[in-house]
Design a protein around this ligand. Structure first.
Ligand SMILES: *[C@@H]1O[C@H](CO)[C@@H](O)[C@H](O)[C@H]1NC(C)=O
Ligand SMILES: *[C@@H]1O[C@H](CO)[C@@H](O)[C@H](O)[C@H]1NC(C)=O
Length: 382
């Protein structure tokens, strides 16, 4: 019987070639073709363009060209991307399907996803650029154990390169400024400053140097400085994603003191201090940065209240096979068949179904406090 269900499964998931370790369940998320990339979509979008900054939650291929110390912080191998299109092409996205910027680009009316900085060419930059880099953080040293990653500051330096290219395409400084002012900017950063820095005492001294509150303040202050740079570069509509409840990821559950048990409170408590500061930062930015609107997306809250799609949602185990102590899927490893019923794809990154719930509530808040003071839809309209 098990053999039979595997045959059915393999027919349905030729893209996700790996065999399933869950029997029976109906597997396939409907496949889709990636919309053709063409920078001619401005007529119907809600914003002039969309710039993406962040870490692996937003990276869609920037790290594919990076040198990585342990082959980590890159997701351009199978089974990553197994639900992204019919072929199950790994693109560098750290999930089985689309990531949050993909969903947001679609909600904004773009007919294609925003391309990564490392490969984007020509007029497509007028639609926006994705600078995000897996493993990256607010602090420049965060993620360094993984190899070459692009910190938030490095991403802003890359944005400068884009800006001069846009200037070249549009001809004048004022046309460039008007264009940059009309865009949406999302920033998803901070998780790695905890998982790949503060809570990695074998490589980093930060937890000996700072209390959780002090460290949160260091990060908040640094991010404030970077966001001022982004404002000076022309950003006027900026959504800041808070850090999710990473103490509840399968990685945290398996590798900290709970050893296979529940959420790791010391991680979640430290994250909450950062998030509280980020929310305060948004108010401060909205007061001080004339003409700009910043908003805070409460990922921590949303991620702890995502309802299951089928009455059953596995929260404490990854869908893909992950080697002991690791974060990412094992290369060519097994995957679960019922990917709609798993919150986590690998040991830290959500499945497409989890990401979709987050992105849709970031765009249109479902409950008070999902987004503060605006959801992204309000941010781009007003
Ligand atoms: C992009 O748009 C231009 C102008 O409308 C068109 O000539 C070109 O064929 C399009 N390219 C693709 C890949 O759709
Ligand atoms: C971007 O360019 C401006 C103008 O040349 C410069 O003042 C600024 O420091 C640069 N910012 C970054 C992050 O490189």
């Amino acid at each position: 019987m098990k053999g039979q269900s595997l045959v059915v499964l393999c027919l349905l998931t030729t893209a996700c070639f790996a065999s399933s370790w869950v029997d029976g369940a109906s597997p396939r998320i409907k496949s889709r073709t990636r919309p053709k990339s063409n920078a001619t979509t401005q007529t119907k979008t809600k914003v002039g363009c969309y710039f993406v900054l962040g870490d692996s939650q937003a990276d869609n291929g920037n790290n594919n060209v990076m040198e990585m110390a342990y082959g980590n912080a890159r997701a351009d191998y199978k089974p990553y991307g197994c639900d992204f299109n019919r072929e199950g092409t790994p693109t560098g996205r750290f999930t089985n399907g689309r990531n949050a910027p993909d969903f947001i680009a679609t909600y904004l009316g773009f007919r294609h996803y925003i391309s990564p900085f490392t490969t984007i060419k020509g007029r497509e930059i007028l639609d926006g650029v994705n600078y995000a880099s897996g493993g990256a953080g607010i602090l420049p040293e965060t993620g360094r154990t993984l190899g070459q990653v692009l910190s938030i500051h490095k991403q802003l330096e890359n944005h400068n390169i884009t800006i001069s290219q846009i200037r070249g395409l549009l001809g004048t400084r004022s046309a460039t400024t008007t264009h940059l002012n009309s865009c949406l900017y999302t920033v998803q950063i901070g998780s790695n400053d905890y998982l790949n820095n503060y809570f990695m005492p074998q490589f980093y001294k930060t937890s000996a140097q700072f209390t959780p509150q002090q460290f949160a303040t260091v990060l908040n202050n640094r991010l404030y400085t970077e966001l001022k740079v982004l404002y000076e570069q022309g950003a006027r509509k900026v959504a800041l994603f808070g850090v999710g409840s990473i103490g509840c990821t399968p990685y945290a559950r398996a590798n900290f003191e709970n050893k296979g048990g529940g959420c790791v409170d010391k991680i979640n408590n430290a994250i909450q201090l950062f998030n509280d500061g980020l929310k305060a930062l948004v108010l401060q930015l909205n007061t001080k940065m004339a003409g700009a609107k910043f908003t805070y997306i409460d990922v921590f809250k949303i991620s702890s209240t995502i309802p299951s799609t089928s009455g059953r949602m596995v929260l404490n185990a990854p869908c893909c096979e992950v080697d002991a102590g690791q974060v990412q899927c094992t290369r060519l490893g097994r995957i679960c068949g019922n990917r709609m019923e798993y919150m986590f794809w690998d040991a830290v990154h959500p499945t497409e179904v989890g990401i979709s719930a987050l992105a849709s509530r970031a765009f249109k808040a479902k409950e008070a406090g999902d987004a503060y003071p605006y959801d992204i839809n309000q941010l781009v309209f007003y």
